[in-house]
Design a protein around this ligand. Structure first.
Ligand code: NAD
Length: 304
């Protein structure tokens, strides 16, 4: 797919992966309507695009507000005349607690943003994308959407729902102009913890843990869109777990969660009232060498 002069809509464009996707897309000649609830984040994204900043149309919107989402296509069309691609990237994680410790409001919030926000965007934009000769729908799921991680079960369920929604849409849109792609990242060095209200872990600290740089992830996703990939597992942790879970899902899940429990007991990071495990719980040491993680030449982490 040739991305030059195409109009993209990217949710979560004010931080992390969404910011880097916005910048990567304008670099290849696309126009981007960057949507985020955080106005300051959007201002920063536009600033970082430098001389390409006029290619970005920042829009402050809460994707859980269905009426506001339904009003978005008209705004984008007025500005650029076309809507070719939608990247549903905005999302939050949950505090590291078991399901029985979560209250309903928190569970609803995670599903409202991660699943229903994605669904509202799809339903609002799809009719416009169908009219184009070439268009794409990209939904960002997560490693936590196919690997059960204790303490991130609701987040994982919301991301599994996003993956299933995406697979279903691919089947429904087969033979149309809309190409559908799932992105399944492993851990990335972003401010997702802070933006999810869980306190900050310094991005530079995550980078020293060799967690995937969102700039690299954005580049891989844009290349994937050009090649019309259907699924992209991004990061060594995501690719490794994808392969393991295909063959030994129950054993791999048990090993992983036993390891998390051990690390959790040893080194909890206290953030506000929540206890978080270290980002590197998926490291070689963390799994006691029982999973073939030596295949991963570096320490990998997982925000989920
Ligand atoms: N960071 C990771 O390790 C990791 C791993 C796997 C998957 N993911 C997924 O990647 C995607 C991007 O995450 P990130 O790490 O860049 O996080 P991030 O927090 O840096 O960026 C997410 C952006 O979404 C925005 N957002 C949140 N709620 C919103 C709402 N209701 N309406 C509009 N915008 C909203 C935030 O303001 C933020 O700018 C998420 O879907 C996340 O689940 C992240």
């Amino acid at each position: 797919m040739d991305l030059k002069d195409k109009t993209f809509v990217v949710t979560g464009g004010g931080s992390g992966l969404g910011r880097q996707l916005t910048i990567e897309l304008v670099k290849v000649g696309a126009k981007v309507a960057a949507i985020d609830i955080n106005e300051d984040g959007l201002v920063q994204t536009v600033k970082l695009a430098g001389e390409l900043s006029s290619m970005i149309y920042p829009i402050v919107c809460n994707i859980t507000d269905k009426e506001a989402v339904n009003a978005l296509p008209e705004r984008v069309l007025r500005r650029s005349g076309h809507i070719n691609c939608l990247i549903n990237n905005a999302g939050i994680i949950q505090p590291f607690v078991n399901v029985e410790e979560m209250d309903d409001a928190l569970i609803n919030r995670i599903f409202a943003i991660n699943f229903f926000g994605t669904l509202y965007m799809v339903r609002a934009f799809l009719p416009h994308m169908r009219k184009e000769n070439e268009s794409c729908l990209v939904n960002v799921s997560s490693l936590g959407g196919f690997v059960p991680v204790s303490g991130q079960t609701i987040y994982g369920a919301s991301k599994a729902a996003v993956k299933q929604l995406t697979d279903g849409l691919r089947a429904e849109l087969d033979g149309t102009s809309v190409h559908v792609m799932s992105v399944i990242p492993g851990a990335m060095a972003t401010q997702i913890r802070e933006n999810s209200g869980l306190g900050a872990i310094h991005v530079e600290e995550q980078k020293t843990n060799k967690v995937l740089d969102p700039m690299v992830a954005a580049h891989l996703i844009v290349e994937g869109i050009k090649k019309k990939e259907k699924e992209l597992y991004i990061g060594a942790d995501s690719r490794l777990m994808h392969n393991l879970f295909r063959f030994i899902p129950l054993r791999a899940a048990k090993w992983l969660n036993d390891s998390i429990r051990r690390q959790h007991a040893n080194s909890l990071v206290r953030v506000g009232s929540y206890a978080l495990p270290p980002l590197s719980f998926l490291s070689r040491k963390g799994l006691g060498g029982r999973l073939p993680l030596h295949l991963v030449s570096r320490r990998v982490g997982i925000a989920v």
